[in-house]
Design a protein around this ligand. Structure first.
Ligand SMILES: *[C@@H]1O[C@H](CO)[C@@H](O)[C@H](O)[C@H]1NC(C)=O
Length: 297
């Protein structure tokens, strides 16, 4: 499989069984089949949308193995291996390499922000020991770490090849795309900036909404990033944007899993402290999906 990532990379949900004690293997497999059939280009399990903060280390490894198995070499799998603990992030990354992942996505240790030097040491060790390219997960709002575009591009010297940009900072993303693309390939990771990111030159997006609007996501990518058809792209974006805006206005994982339920796939809900959206908000999301011609239950 080509090591070059491109297109719609789904920031994958983690389906649970009904009492949420375990990852639900059947639901996960069915979800991945559905996404591949819809034409998505890659999977990114174990990230924010995958509720990695409520999974045990053993579950994170299990999730990695299952996703690689179910994707079965058809599309690349990029594993979220970030942790508050340096050692756990390294351990999970080594495991991802052994399990056959394409790359790892690493969020900086959070809660207490690290320095750039501490981050570089972590990424370097992950890269050396896992032998995998790294997608740096830039999410200052959650990690507390704000890096300049040139500092982000500089991470290429410690094994970073890709960026998932969830900064919401379009000018900084633009600098990375225009001036620094020889060092790092930037994927958009901020839902409401998807159209802009693709139009500006991102090869794709790491996108949570693609869990429940995969066809629309792939069509948008094809129109804007591949064909450069802005007219068609705007028609599609008119449908997708209100959904993106809704996701960003509510608990993101809860809203995405609610979206997946609304298209008829049980997810098991979310582990506490989070939950599926309340009925009024579910109805609002359902309406947005119907407005976008997405079939709901
Ligand atoms: C990773 O390998 C490079 C090249 O051999 C080396 O310079 C660097 O110190 C290593 N990083 C760590 C954290 O061991």
């Amino acid at each position: 499989m080509s090591s070059e990532l491109t297109g719609i990379m789904v920031a994958l949900i983690t389906p649970f069984n009904d009492d949420k004690t375990q990852i639900d293997e059947g639901r996960l497999q069915a979800h991945i089949e559905h996404l591949i059939k819809a034409g998505v280009h890659g999977l990114v399990p174990g990230g924010s949308t995958g509720e990695f903060t409520v999974l045990s280390t053993a579950e994170r490894k299990q999730l990695t193995e299952l996703c690689v198995k179910y994707a079965a070499g058809r599309i690349p799998v990029v594993i979220g291996t970030g942790s508050c603990s340096h050692d756990e992030a390294v351990e999970l990354s080594i495991h991802a390499g052994q399990a056959g992942a394409t790359a790892v996505m690493v969020v900086p240790p959070f809660y207490d922000p690290v320095s750039l030097e501490q981050l570089e040491e972590l990424l370097s060790e992950i890269h050396n020991k896992s032998k995998l390219p790294i997608m740096f997960y830039n999410i200052p709002g959650a990690s507390g770490l704000t890096l300049s575009p040139s500092e982000i591009a500089g991470l290429s010297k410690v094994g970073v090849k890709y960026l998932k940009d969830t900064s919401g900072n379009a000018p900084a993303l633009t600098e990375l795309i225009f001036g620094l693309s020889d060092k790092i390939t930037a994927f958009n990771g901020w839902d409401t900036l998807t159209f802009y990111g693709l139009a500006a030159g991102c090869p794709g997006g790491v996108w949570g909404a693609a869990n429940f609007i995969p066809e629309l996501a792939v069509e948008l990518w094809d129109a804007v990033a591949v064909k450069g058809d802005l007219k068609r792209g705007r028609e599609l974006w008119t449908k997708a944007f209100p959904i993106c805006k809704f996701l960003e206005a509510h608990n993101y994982c809860g809203a995405v899993k609610t979206g997946v339920e609304l298209i008829g796939q049980p997810t098991g809900g979310l582990r506490k402290p989070f939950s599926l959206l309340k009925p009024e908000l579910q109805a609002e999301l359902k309406q947005l999906l119907q407005n976008a011609d997405v079939k709901t239950i």
